[in-house]
Design a protein around this ligand. Structure first.
Ligand SMILES: [Zn+2]
Length: 123
């Protein structure tokens, strides 16, 4: 495992996923030039706790920012987004080893491991 700190990654204009690992996602969305931080935590399989820095009081459980971030996470990670938010380093290392490579090798142009995005780990 490499201990590199997660760095901010952009997933389309106005979206940044700061962290998405082990059932927790912290994202930033910019709407009308104002950045909002949205945090999502999966407590149980079908239960996600949400918070947004806008602190909007609406008649609905989700503000615009939370809704946009949930849709973006589904776009990036797929319909089982929270299950996909795990450290795939061991699985990737195993796949690479079958071809005589390791995660420390320069893999540009050889393999595309970006289909499973891990913030701060893959370009
Ligand atoms: Zn909000």
């Amino acid at each position: 495992m490499n201990g590199k700190p997660c760095r901010r990654r952009s997933y389309g204009k106005g979206y940044f996923i700061h962290k998405a690992l082990d059932g927790y996602a912290e994202c930033e969305i910019t709407f009308k030039k104002i950045p909002y931080t949205v945090r999502l935590t999966q407590k149980e399989k079908d239960q996600i706790h949400t918070s947004c820095s806008c602190n909007a009081e609406t008649h609905f459980p989700l503000c615009l920012h939370k809704t946009a971030v949930l849709l973006k996470l589904r776009e990036v990670y797929g319909p089982n987004a929270f299950e996909m938010m795990k450290d795939w380093t061991a699985e990737k290392a195993q796949l690479l080893a079958e071809y005589g490579f390791s995660l420390d090798d320069d893999l540009k142009g050889k393999f595309d491991l970006s289909s499973i995005p891990i913030p701060g780990r893959w370009n």
